[in-house]
Design a binder for this molecule. Structure first.
Ligand SMILES: [Zn+2]
Ligand SMILES: [Zn+2]
Length: 149
């Protein structure tokens, strides 16, 4: 098993592109109401850290959606780019942007307690409630007052 693989992706219009190195190809699906309002579906994302590099940064718009999270989009075509934990190098980049999705695996579903009834994934996944996610983030981040993503 190779420790890292290179991934790349771009938005719908091509004004923003990214490259990064990932340890795995695990995709998380977030069912929270904010992600669903933002993307019209669960937000499917890969975790990426400070290896991420962008081209076309002048076309990246950032919306700070909560005290600890920000959501980025292409200011030209509106493509969802990433969710980032504010002030950190922890990114969840949109799986839909990737140039090659052949190795992606849907691994985890989060905020399953906010998932509406009208859809469901058939994939075998690890499932976490919002409370469990916040507890995991808080433990990692040493913060206790996080509530919304
Ligand atoms: Zn674009
Ligand atoms: Zn979410």
């Amino acid at each position: 098993m190779t420790p890292f693989s290179d991934i790349s992706g771009h938005c719908l219009c091509g004004a923003v592109s990214l490259a990064a190195q990932v340890k795995n190809h695990d995709v998380d699906a977030c069912h929270c109401s904010m992600c669903r309002r933002w993307t019209s579906g669960p937000f499917l994302a890969l975790s990426v850290d400070d290896s991420i590099r962008f081209e076309g940064v002048e076309n990246i718009g950032v919306y700070k959606s909560s005290e600890w999270g920000e959501r980025a989009f292409c200011t030209i075509c509106g493509t969802t780019l990433y969710w980032r934990m504010s002030g950190t190098d922890h990114y969840g980049i949109s799986a839909g942007m990737l140039d090659d999705s052949s190795e992606l695996v849907l691994a985890t579903e989060i905020f399953v307690d906010e998932k509406p009834a009208y859809y469901a994934f058939a994939n075998e996944t690890k499932k976490m409630t919002g409370e469990e996610v916040v507890a995991a983030f808080a433990a990692a981040d040493n913060e206790s007052d996080v509530q919304d993503v």
